[in-house]
Structures are given as C-alpha cells and as structure tokens.
Ligand binder design. Structure first.
Ligand code: ZN
Length: 311
C-alpha cells in the first residue's frame, strides 16, 4: 500500500506546474524599511500663517496632482501641527528645501520636512520670480522622499554622464534600470521633471502604496482523481489593511461561486486541466486575484503504476 501510494505521488508530480504570475517590478531607489505601513498619511504645518495660505494650497494641489493622482496614497490633515501631531510635519523656512529622514521615519518628526516659499536666501532668481512653480515641483520631490524614495542619482548604477553627487540617505532596493526622468533624479535635465511623475515613479508608488488584497493559494497547482473532491485552499490570502474580504471562485468549468471564506471544495465532472481564478474584494474598490491549475485525471494514470507493481 505504501509503495503504491509513493508511485502515485511520483506520477502526479509532473502535473504540479508552476503557474504563479510574476510580480510587477518597478524602477527607483526606495528604502524598504521606510515605506509607511498604511497609505493615508497625515500632514501638518509647523507654521500655519494665514499669509502663506496660497502657498500651502500650491503644495497641496501639486501633491494631489502627482503622488495622489497616480496611486492610492493620500495625504490628509494639512492643518496646524500640534505638539503630538503624527505624520509629516512641514516647516516653512527660507533655506534649501529638504527632509530630515526618509519615509515613515518622518512620522511625528518636528520640522521633518522643510519647504521654502520666498527664495530670498536659496533658489536664486529662478525661484524668486517663479515662486509657485518652484514651490510645486520641489514639493513633489520632497514628498517623494517622504514616501521613502531616495535620490535616483544615489544609485550605484548611475551613469558617468550624471555628474551630480549622491546626496542624502540611500535606498536599499535596486530594481530596474536607472531612471533619468524620475522626479527624484538631480540629473534629470527637466528640474524635478517639472513636477510630473515619470512612468517609473508611478510604478514605484503604486508598487508600495496601492494596497490591493492579496490572494495566495496553498499550492501552485492541484491534482485530483475524477470522482473525488479537490480542496482549494487560499486561507493565507489577506488584505494589507486587515479589512474583511469576499471571495469569488471561478472554477474553470463554467461554475462561478461566491463565498466568505478562502477555502473551497469542488468536484469536477470530467478529466482535464482547469484554470481556477480566485478574486478577493474588500467591498470597496480594491480587489486582487490569482490563478491556479487543477488537473483532474482518471484511472488511466494508475495503469503504469499497476504495471510496475505487477512486474
Ligand atoms: Zn532630494
């Protein structure tokens, strides 16, 4: 009995095909540990003077039209910082705009981001006479740092043609080629890419801040004998923010069923290879899905095993 069982497993293993979609990988230079654990990030102003209400609005709309427009990240609050305010705390000062830390290391950090609205001491005439433009494109860059993204020209694969020195904290994830067009790249001939996220800036922010539900099956493929039920187990699926999930099972044989649990038993009525897609939804606008193969086979696969046993 044990021997027969062993042979069956050996026969079944070629059916276990690798069928996982590869992860979408973007470019950029993020510092993984600095990525915020959530995607609605508080912002406040250390010096909330009425005289800067127009300038503060420039910043807010520049962020809305860049990072927020292209991903699920959102920045909320934008009022006067209190002593215990968390999130990004912006100080308006007439000096070089910067952040003191990357990403979530700014959480609650006093004067953690410095923005300039007047440009008397920094930025030269270019900014002094284009205050709105400078304030907007610089805010997009600094908020990139606040999301955990380091300077593109800090990457070790920066080409020799880029003469700007590395500056500030490095990232620690190096994926995809160097991106000349990034808003995070000093060597971009368009200053801060004029506040427009590059295609790869967009991929990067989506990769880290679009919090879709994640579907994970217990196996990369399933096998079952005709007449037996197969148990499809995706109980490791999760919502990044812990929200409840609803599941839609497309069993690949014309049957589609919804369920509140990520485990499903099904009996296929004929031999063949089926593609099962499970979609997890959070009841709002987000969903995630994965597909696995189910091989349903009949007694014919036993024949070589039986022949072996009989010999
Ligand atoms: Zn910078």
């Amino acid at each position: 009995m044990l021997k027969k069982f062993t042979i069956l497993i050996a026969l079944a293993s070629p059916f276990l095909l690798f069928n996982k979609a590869s992860a979408d990988i973007s470019r950029g230079y993020p510092l993984k540990s600095s990525i915020w654990k959530y995607n609605d990030i508080p912002v406040c102003w250390e010096n909330f003077g009425q005289s800067t209400s127009a300038e503060r609005e420039w910043v807010r709309s520049a962020i809305h039209n860049s990072w927020e427009k292209h991903s699920q990240v959102s920045f909320h609050g934008w009022g006067q910082c209190q002593r215990s305010s968390s999130g990004i705390r912006i100080s308006v000062e007439d000096k070089g705009p910067h952040v003191k830390k990357l990403g979530r290391y700014l959480d609650g950090y006093r004067n953690g981001m410095v923005l300039n609205f007047t440009y008397n001491n920094w930025g030269g005439d270019a900014c002094k006479f284009n205050r709105q433009w400078c304030s907007e494109v610089i805010a997009v860059h600094e908020f990139g740092h606040a999301l955990g993204f380091a300077h593109e020209q800090n990457r070790p694969d920066t080409p020799d043609s880029c003469k700007d020195a590395p500056q500030g904290t490095n990232g620690d994830i190096l994926i995809g080629p160097w991106d000349k067009d990034s808003v995070m790249n000093y060597c971009n001939p368009r200053y801060n890419n004029h506040g427009q996220l590059s295609a790869t800036d967009i991929k990067m922010v989506r990769q880290f801040y679009d919090l879709d539900p994640v579907v994970i099956f217990s196996q990369e493929a399933y096998a079952a004998f005709l007449g037996n039920k197969v148990t499809l187990d995706a109980s490791r699926s999760y919502h990044p923010k812990g929200d409840n999930l609803d599941f839609l099972w497309d069993l690949g044989d014309g049957n589609v069923d919804s369920s509140s649990v990520p485990v499903y038993e099904h009996q296929y009525l004929s031999r063949g290879t089926y593609s099962v897609t499970l979609t997890a939804s959070d009841g709002a606008r987000r969903s995630g899905a994965d597909t696995v193969t189910v091989n349903v086979y009949g007694v014919e696969v036993l024949i070589p095993a039986l022949t072996l046993l009989l010999n």
